[in-house]
Write a protein that binds this ligand. Structure first.
Ligand code: SF4
Length: 588
């Protein structure tokens, strides 16, 4: 263990709190980092208990093949041979990686590079798909880039916070504490919670809208129509910086109707709907927070755009205390998005479907092939495995036999798959039971790298403990396998700082201000600079070396026209409305 205190980041949720670990005679003391802008010294009970998780019980401490301990060389040869043989016989789309928002950005970058640019398939997807793919798609439709406009500071600068499908009290506790404190300091701050359930977050609410499950689009379409009818359109912003308002408004009017119609469709009192709409109309500084209650839905992307439409109509974006704000679930869901760790993305926020982006990334990587069509997304990937189309899979830092929906089918798929490789820090999980090859991974406190939180803030995770047994970081394992597959030069990494510099350089490669995700100013960090890197919000460029707290302050968006897009969205009720046949509505 290092002798002096280590500043690192909590590995539990997308708030991304800074943590200071101080060694002592009885183990380590974990406290909130007073200098980290996400939490200013606070931790929730989960973060505060991190010191109790550092034991080695049930750790996987050596590689295993078919249940027998082996050395690393044997295990890595087996993985590489298995993937090579499968690719030779059945093609690159017969193999897949299933990765995780628990990985560090450097792990993610290397896995994505190997699959898309060297194996030549886009069959890499992540468990973060389940928590934020709807937000990614909604941002891209509206802004032309997967960009969260706000900072946590905007929560304190706002005069109205709307929490939609977000139980922040449980899921993002330190942000909830910030909201509680903001309300104490500023009694004028209003909080509206939109949630079918009376969660703990409702304690903070001035108004709780208990809408029927799945009715978010009706509520926000109704708000859009109301704001327009009340003359609250920011005409100069809409005229100069957006497109598509007329179609979005027409759809909103026809689908939602009056506040009475909205109330009837959503199953809430009309006075509550009117009060919410009046609050939104009255407050210039509105932040709409949304989370899994919006994202985890068959119409999640439309819900995201229904919310964003209201911010575009009123110009409540790109200035202090205003904007739509997606809270991410996992600690590094955002970092995974940056490196393209989804089956339908390329690295550095480039688009898999755009040949010029594929060409650019391929030239940067000097790679022999490049995936040119989207790969299998999480649920589809395991379905394909169950049908025998995916014959080799590498699962990193996640437990899909438990965490994916319909896990009986996931287990059947894993049982059918010819080669299952699992890298994990735990010896025994529901997924490791299916593994042919187990690779021992380092975990929090033992590995070095970066994560990005919900407000685009890149923070370092730093090691303060030695790696136990033969455990190694995931980026190292992937690089070793890549070298055995014949790609030694492109995967000659010996430290995460090298990977981070390459990732940062790719973000700026032939960018010329065309892509919002740009951290090129970090591409020249020395190893010491990387070690001491302070939390910083992207973009980080030569012009903005200290990072960027708030996006779209210049009213420029990343669509082909440079305008933000309204998206016309129609409500989609749950497939089986509650009634006699289906008396229960379940949500996540
Ligand atoms: Fe960790 Fe999230 Fe709690 Fe912060 S709020 S201490 S990141 S679990």
């Amino acid at each position: 263990m290092t002798a002096s205190p280590t500043d690192t980041t909590c590995p539990y949720c997308g708030v991304g709190c800074g943590v200071t670990v101080t060694p002592g005679p009885d183990g380590v003391k974990v406290s909130g980092s007073s200098v980290h802008p996400a939490n200013h010294g606070r931790l929730c009970s989960k973060g505060a208990a991190l010191g109790e998780t550092l034991g080695h019980e049930d750790r996987l401490l050596e590689p295993q093949v078919d249940g027998h301990g082996v050395d690393w060389g044997t295990a890595l040869d087996k993985v590489a041979d298995g993937f090579r043989r499968t690719i030779e016989k059945h093609g690159p789309d017969s193999v897949a990686f299933y990765v995780s928002g628990q990985l560090l950005t450097e792990d993610y970058y290397v896995a994505n590079k190997l699959m898309k640019g060297f194996i030549g398939s886009a069959n890499i997807d992540t468990n973060s798909r389940l928590c934020m793919a709807s937000s990614v798609a909604g941002h891209k439709r509206a802004f032309g880039a997967d960009a969260v406009p706000c900072s946590y500071e905007d929560l304190e600068a706002a005069s109205l916070i709307v929490l939609v499908g977000s139980n922040a009290a449980w899921c993002h506790p330190v942000l909830y504490q910030r909201l509680v404190r903001a309300k104490d300091t500023n009694p004028g701050l209003k909080v509206v919670v939109v949630d079918p359930r009376a969660t703990a977050t409702v304690d903070l609410a001035d108004l709780h809208l208990t809408i029927a499950p799945g009715m978010d689009v009706v509520l926000f379409n109704g708000l859009l129509a109301y704001l327009d009818s009340e003359g609250l359109t920011d005409a100069s912003f809409v005229d100069d910086h957006t497109e598509g308002m007329a179609a979005a408004l027409a759809t909103a009017r026809s689908s939602a109707g009056s506040p009475s119609s909205v109330a009837a469709q959503c199953g809430v009192p009309v006075d509550d709907v009117r009060e919410f709409y009046a609050l939104f109309a009255e407050h210039e500084r509105v932040v709409s927070v949304y989370s899994q209650g919006v994202n985890q839905s068959s119409s999640g992307t439309d819900k995201v755009n229904a919310i964003i439409n209201c911010h575009l109509l009123t110009g409540r974006i790109g200035h202090e205390g205003a904007g739509p704000f997606s809270f991410t679930g996992q600690p590094n869901a955002m970092g995974g998005r940056e490196v393209g760790g989804l089956a339908n993305q390329l690295a550095a926020h480039m688009a898999l479907e755009d040949w010029s982006h594929r060409d650019r990334v391929q030239r940067f990587w000097r790679s022999p092939v490049m995936a040119d069509t989207a790969g299998l997304k999480a649920v589809d990937l395991f379905e394909a495995m169950g049908e025998g189309r995916i014959k080799a899979v590498w699962i990193m830092a996640t437990n899909p036999a438990v965490s994916l929906p319909d896990n009986r089918r996931v287990r059947e798929a894993l049982a059918r798959c010819e080669l299952v490789v699992v890298s994990d820090c735990h010896r025994q999980t529901d997924t490791t039971e299916f593994a042919d090859i187990l690779l021992p991974a380092t975990t929090w406190g033992e590995k070095n790298g970066t994560v990005t939180n919900s407000e685009r803030r890149i923070s370092r995770q730093r090691a303060f403990l030695p790696a136990p047994g033969k455990s190694r970081p995931d980026w190292w394992m992937v690089s070793q396998v890549a070298q055995r597959l014949g790609f030694a030069e492109a995967f000659a990494y010996t430290a995460p700082a090298q990977i981070f510099r390459e990732h940062a350089a790719l973000s700026g490669f032939e960018n010329h201000g065309q892509r919002l995700f740009d951290i090129s100013a970090l591409s020249t960090l020395s190893d010491d600079d990387y070690d001491s890197l302070a939390p910083i919000q992207w973009p980080v460029t030569v012009d903005r070396p200290r990072g960027t707290p708030r996006l779209f302050t210049d009213r420029r968006f990343f669509t082909p026209t440079g305008r933000a897009r309204f998206v016309a969205v129609s409500p989609q009720a749950p497939a089986n409305a509650p009634g006699e046949a289906y008396p229960w509505s379940l949500n996540t």
